[in-house]
Design a protein around this ligand. Structure first.
Ligand SMILES: Cc1ncc(C[n+]2csc(CCOP(=O)(O)OP(=O)(O)O)c2C)c(N)n1
Ligand SMILES: [Mg+2]
Length: 388
């Protein structure tokens, strides 16, 4: 079988419509951008425009990141275009004191939670401004001030951590809720089972969002599970599973709001399956044309969450072309300025590598630090001291 044969074979089985399974999929905005009054979550103009601007900023940031990666100026990026409504809409339904345990494809959440773009872009560069001092893989943010716990690369490990945090919140008598994300591929991990089982037994105040983007790198949905849907898996754990159009930000927001309120009232978890699609590559290291058909991608581009939301806002006369241009221009300027500043910053000092691990560094660690620093600036200087 050639690569092309395999691609054709998979794509004929792949479900691009997102309608696999007979359970209902909630959607609020219709294809023309209209919403029936009874379904409109009645967000204020300010809230709606913040959501819209967050999608735009996330997308503009991503476009720049992929270019910078191709130019060799940053090492790696994980795009999320096509999935912004799914994560921005769910996170928007939280209170500020609630916690988020993301997977790795929710780049809009730090922006939504008011993390300055400079901090995000400093992290791509691992420069002196990066709060993690360049020690982690790029785009593996953690922002304590936003209650956004470190991105997890080992898939679904964040789910068990989220349940632990939810239990801790309850023991501390806080009424905060924890929101955690995984992909369709993440549901096949042991951690998915452990997390959902534990959360169900103890009615932990946690909401799980499975962003079903139909692919796990090159593995299509139908090779991932024999379950009718992802949401149905919740039934086995004794709590509700709901399906929502993940490209419809109002529907996503509404479903998340209900699930979060339920969790906050002590009624236990919910699994939300957001039906969506990754319009770009899995990461900057991936070439999706090797395993996906162009027409499948195109059919999902027609359902771009940004376009759908724009139609809604324009229909409600909350967004004019002039305001839209302003939002896009402001996002471009913001990214340009942050990239410029990030490139002007120094790399973290060599000695910073030995900080933060222990409150009182061990004698061995101090000895190693002194040995390294004694090699002098030429080999242990601020740039390229690694002999590899
Ligand atoms: C435990 C573990 N196994 C395998 C991998 C390699 N891996 C990285 S991403 C990925 C696919 C995950 O797909 P999905 O959960 O659908 O998320 P998506 O990338 O589509 O957002 C895999 C298998 C990993 N990171 N961690
Ligand atoms: Mg996936």
């Amino acid at each position: 079988m050639t690569t092309n044969d395999r691609k054709t074979d998979r794509s004929t089985k792949a479900n691009s419509s997102g309608t696999r399974g007979s359970s209902p999929v909630l959607s609020v905005i219709d294809a023309t951008g209209k919403v029936s009054r009874s379904r409109d979550p009645s967000l204020s103009k300010e809230e709606l425009l913040k959501l819209y601007a967050t999608i735009v900023r996330t997308r503009v940031m991503e476009e720049r990141a992929l270019n910078l990666q191709r130019q060799g100026r940053i090492g790696f990026y994980v795009p999320c275009s096509g999935q912004e409504a799914s994560h921005i809409g769910t996170a928007a339904a939280l209170r500020d004191e609630d916690w988020i345990f993301p997977a790795y494809r929710q780049a809009g959440i730090p922006l939504l939670r008011n993390v300055p773009m400079q901090q995000i872009i400093d992290e791509w560069y691992g420069n002196d401004g990066d709060i993690c001092k360049g020690r982690q893989m790029p785009v593996h943010y953690s922002f304590r001030q936003a209650r956004l716990v470190s991105i997890s690369s080992p898939i679904s490990t964040q789910l068990t951590q989220a349940v632990g945090a939810a239990m801790a919140a309850r023991y501390l008598d806080e009424d905060s809720v924890v929101l955690s994300y995984c992909g369709d591929g993440g549901t096949s991990e042991n951690d998915f089972h452990a997390a959902l089982n534990f959360a169900g037994v103890y009615k932990a105040p946690v909401v799980f969002v499975c962003e079903n983007n139909h692919w796990a790198i090159s593995t299509p949905l139908e090779c991932q599970t024999a379950s009718e849907t992802m949401a149905i898996k919740a039934e086995a754990y004794g709590f509700p599973g709901v399906r929502v159009d993940g490209n419809d930000i109002l529907a996503v927001y509404q479903v998340a709001k209900e699930a979060i309120e339920r969790a906050r009232k002590g009624k236990g978890p919910t699994l939300i399956e957001t039906l969506t699609y990754r319009m770009g590559p899995h990461s900057s290291s991936d070439d999706p044309t090797r395993y996906r058909e162009a027409n499948e991608v195109e059919s999902w581009r027609q359902r771009d969450p940004l376009d759908l939301f724009r139609k809604y806002l324009k229909g409600k006369r909350l967004l004019t072309q002039a305001i839209d241009d302003e939002i896009h221009n402001a996002a471009r300027e913001e990214v340009n300025e942050a990239v410029k500043q990030a490139e002007d910053k120094a790399t973290p000092s060599v000695s910073s590598m030995f900080e933060d691990v222990y409150r009182d560094p061990t004698p061995q660690l101090l000895e190693q630090r002194d040995d390294l620093l004694s090699l002098g600036e030429a080999s242990a200087g601020s740039e390229g001291f690694f002999p590899l």
